[in-house]
Design a protein around this ligand. Sequence first.
Ligand code: PGA
Length: 256
Amino acid sequence: MPKMIFIANWKMNLGLKETVILIKQLLGGLKKIKNNLEIVICPSFTVLSEASKLLKKGNIKLGSQDVFWEEKGAYTGNISPKMLKEIGCEYVIIGHSERRQYLGETDEMAHQKIKAAIKEGLIPILCVGETFEERQEGQKDYIIIKQVTKALEGISLSRGQKIIIAYEPVWVIGSGQAVKPEEAEYTNQIIKQSLIDLYPRDIVEQNFRIIYGGSVDSSVIKSFVERSVIDGVLVGGASLKTKDFIKMINKIHPVK
Ligand code: PGA
């Protein structure tokens, strides 16, 4: 069974000082993590280098919140997969709904980013999810299948290449109210079916992990990871405070 994964997305919330304090406290509080749980933090670009140095000591891994698809060149403001790799990132979030919403990112862009990330040996964390309007129009499942398929179709995967897909209903992110675990399980099943339509079954089982994100906190986390097709969580707001972060880890640690 693949390892369960806990990913913290710190978004644009913490500067250097605050990031260093939080990481030090987490390293102190999470010394006894068993190897059936993988923990990843995704801080801002500006603090990745410092974070990477601090994380050398512990068992927490580093991810970035975005990446560009070209290797180098005249692309002002962008960061290449190689640059992320160079400073110690292993994971990269791709297609987060906030980037789709505020920066007009598309499924085609997610596709290019995934391809580029994989080429450099990074593990993509692809975010998919419906808006409230799409849901009201009865389009939810269609949107999820479309986002997964467009992002991955045509990308061949080596046996060892890992990919994480996070189901994040857009209307639930930051709302304080997660969807019901059974709904996340149902949607993850749909994601799994989309993957089976794209890749051989053994690749789907071994290379992919399908997780849930959207208002996860310590009161609900366990009810999600107990479900059979939920291999972990992507947490925003609740991962910004040491106490809550550690509380969430303690809730899921013994589960799988
Ligand atoms: P949230 O964010 O946990 O604050 O809802 C999740 C995310 O956007 O990844």
